[in-house]
Design a protein around this ligand. Structure first.
Ligand SMILES: [Zn+2]
Length: 157
C-alpha cells in the first residue's frame, strides 16, 4: 500500500465525486473531510468528495491571485492605454485607501499609467479601464492551468 499523507500546511485540490476539480482548500480542512469520511485521498495533494456537490462549499483560496495570473488574464496589456511594454500591476483602489489584492482590484498597467494614477482613485484621474477586472469565469481551471504542482496537472482539461 502506498502511504498518502496530507500536510496541514499545504494546499489541497478538492475534486467532486465526478473527479471534476471543485476547489482548493487547506490541508487542515482536507484532513477534517477525510476524518469525517466525506472524502477520499487520491494523492498527497488531491482529495475527492464522496458525495456530489453542486456549489463550491468553501471560499476559494484563489481569490488572492498571483501576479502571473493577473498578467495572463489581462493578456499582458495595460488596462488603461493598451501598452504592452514596461508593465506593472496596479491596484485600482490604492492599497493605502484600503484596496485589496483581489481579482477585482488588480490590473496590469504600464509604468506611465501607474505613475500617472499614483495613489488616487480612478474618478479623480479621468483615466478609464478598458474593461472591468473580474475573476476568470472558471477560477479553478485557471488556477490549475498555472499550477506547478504535478499532481494537479492531470485534472486540468
Ligand atoms: Zn498604460
Amino acid at each position: 500500500m502506498i502511504s498518502l499523507k496530507i500536510r496541514p500546511n499545504s494546499t489541497i485540490l478538492v475534486l467532486n465525486s465526478s473527479y471534476e476539480p471543485l476547489n482548493i482548500t487547506s490541508g487542515k480542512r482536507a484532513i477534517v473531510l477525510l476524518l469525517k469520511e466525506k472524502a477520499q485521498i487520491l494523492s498527497n495533494r488531491v482529495i475527492r468528495l464522496l458525495n456530489y456537490v453542486k456549489i463550491p462549499f468553501s471560499k476559494i483560496i484563489a481569490n488572492k491571485p498571483s501576479r502571473a495570473m493577473i498578467y495572463k488574464r489581462d493578456n499582458d496589456t495595460c488596462q488603461y492605454c493598451g501598452a504592452t511594454t514596461r508593465l506593472t500591476i496596479d491596484h485600482v483602489i490604492p492599497r493605502c485607501r484600503g484596496g485589496q489584492d483581489t481579482w477585482e482590484n488588480l490590473v496590469v498597467a504600464c509604468s506611465s499609467c501607474n505613475t500617472k494614477k499614483g495613489n488616487t482613485l480612478l474618478e479623480q484621474t479621468g483615466m478609464k479601464l478598458t474593461r472591468v477586472p473580474k475573476a476568470p469565469h472558471n477560477k479553478i481551471q485557471f488556477v490549475l492551468k498555472e499550477t506547478k504542482i504535478p499532481e494537479w496537472k492531470e485534472y486540468t482539461f
